[in-house]
Design a binder for this molecule. Structure first.
Ligand code: BG6
Length: 489
């Protein structure tokens, strides 16, 4: 198994994702002694690089403590186990050559067949080619002795049809249990924390329903625009970029029913699918879209100032969508997914608003709100009404506050999302990866909306200045869908 040995190949090794996320995560695991003892990491890409040029490139983004001798040593050793392999994605030769390196690794380590983890940090246009070549040339000769796993990253298609197309190309080659579809939000510690918190705290379990909860908001904000990525982003938009995947996954984990068996990834994913199936078709009137313009002081560019973007682009850099889950537990609780680039802040959080108390004899009482801050600074806090000391009938809102980082970071290492997920994949744990049917439902949910927004009938996005809180209509939109600002501001 992967506990004993692993041969890891990262495709797209000279690209942005690999340098900024995949290799730092692999190094993080190595530094924390979480990779098997017998391990080799091969970067595969088209650029012409020597091993050392590649190592230089990789080392730029690795995180370590310069005053820690162990870290320095680990860094050196890590770079030694990283090698580079040049090859083209659609020709047999590169993969045949790769197989020779793998066989050499096997021989050097006296292994019959090594375990292979293939990580595709690649654009979807070459997924199928690489997956086909890998199956043909680099699949273990005896899969009872060594296994192969394939990690893929979004975008998994552009809409329902293209996602199904991609899946129909991959599934004859790679079995579902060999495939790991990454949604890196599922690797964030605060997201991984949701199920344990929900199902080990009785007081939460008993009020986790529409009798007690009024409205839920899942909000993603970034205080930077698409600078430099405009060309890519223009055909994608914020709904595909973060809502259809990251925010919907968070919603699912937050609201899914209790899995029959927490130790069985399929049981967890079955419950996620049940929840996803209960989400009502999106009403186009329940959607607010926006695009950013120059900042009010003129120092930050408008979205369309990006040279790679059409001057009349209607791409959405902001969207708020109110969803409804039509099951007994969640009927009548609006769930607002909200995401935007170039806003006033960088923050991702879940806000759960409880119903207003009926005991209104107490002045100033406000509804409870439970907040999970996913980033930055992982935290959970609960807004509660507490009687003011010495004052008979007046309460004020106070936070019951758990700043996760303060409480745990001295004792525990909080892993990065990608570290956590690669570790799970090496342990063959699929709980935090997206199953094919989840992916299919998520596209089925958003595709009609996306097609409508991108058609001639689609509305123009509401403009908002770079650095603001979003389109002006947002406040009204949130209130219309039941979000109460009073307890928040
Ligand atoms: C990616 C999106 O999936 O997630 C980016 O393509 C976005 O546009 C990023 O910035 C956000 O991830 P994180 O981990 O920085 O919140």
């Amino acid at each position: 198994s992967f506990h004993d040995n692993a041969l890891i190949v990262v495709f797209g090794a000279s690209g942005d994702l690999a340098s900024k996320k995949t290799f730092p995560a692999l190094f993080g695991l190595y530094r924390e002694n979480k990779l098997p003892k017998v391990v080799s990491i091969i970067g595969f890409a088209r650029s012409d690089l020597s091993h050392d040029q590649f190592r230089d490139k990789v080392s730029k983004h690795l995180k370590y403590d310069k005053n820690n001798d162990d870290h320095i040593k680990k860094l050196e050793n890590f770079l030694k186990i990283c090698t580079y392999h040049r090859g083209s994605y659609d020709e047999a030769e590169g993969f045949q050559e790769l197989e020779k390196s793998i066989v050499k690794f096997d021989n050097d380590n006296k292994l019959e067949v090594s375990n292979r983890l293939y990580y595709l940090a690649l654009p979807p246009s070459v997924f199928t080619k690489v997956a086909t070549n890998l199956k043909k040339y680099n699949y273990p000769s005896d899969s009872s002795k060594g296994s192969a796993r394939l990690i893929v990253e979004k975008p998994f298609g552009h809409d329902l049809e293209s996602s199904r197309q991609l899946q129909s190309e991959l599934s004859p080659l790679w079995k579902e249990e060999e495939l790991f579809r990454i949604d890196h939000y599922l690797g964030k510690e605060m997201v991984k924390n949701l199920l344990p918190v929900r199902f080990t705290n009785t007081f939460l379990m008993s009020c986790w329903n529409n009798q007690f909860i009024d409205c839920i908001q899942i909000s993603f904000k970034e205080n930077f625009g698409t600078e430099g990525r405009g060309g890519y982003f223009d055909s994608i938009g914020i709904i595909r970029d973060v809502i259809q995947n990251h925010l919907l996954q968070v919603l699912t984990i937050l609201l899914m029913g209790k899995p029959e068996d927490f130790t069985n990834p399929e049981s967890i994913r079955n419950e996620k699918v049940n929840l996803l199936k209960a989400i009502r078709t999106i009403d186009f009137n329940d959607v607010l879209i926006g695009q950013y313009t120059k900042s009010t002081d003129g120092s930050k560019p408008a979205y369309i100032d990006d040279e790679t973007v059409n001057a009349d682009s209607k791409a959405n850099t902001f969207a708020a969508i109110a969803l409804h889950v039509d099951n007994d537990t969640w009927k009548n609780v609006p769930i607002i997914l909200k995401a935007g680039k170039a806003l006033n802040d960088s923050k991702v959080e879940i806000r759960i608003q409880f119903k207003k108390s009926v005991a209104d004899i107490y002045e100033n009482s406000s509804r409870n709100e439970l907040v999970f801050r996913i980033q930055p600074d992982e935290a959970m806090y609960l807004k509660m009404n507490i009687k003011l000391p010495g004052v008979p009938n007046k309460v004020s809102v106070s936070d019951l506050d758990l700043t996760y980082k303060d409480r745990y970071s001295k004792e525990f290492y909080i892993p990065e999302a990608y570290e956590s997920l690669i570790y799970d994949a090496l342990n063959d744990d699929h709980s935090n990866f997206v199953r094919n049917d989840e992916l299919d439902i998520s596209w089925a949910l958003f595709t009609p909306l996306l097609h409508y927004l991108e058609s001639d009938k689609g509305p123009s996005p509401e403009l908002y200045p770079y650095g603001s809180r979003g389109p002006e209509g947002l406040h009204e939109f949130m209130k219309k869908h039941g979000y109460d600002y009073a307890s928040n501001e």
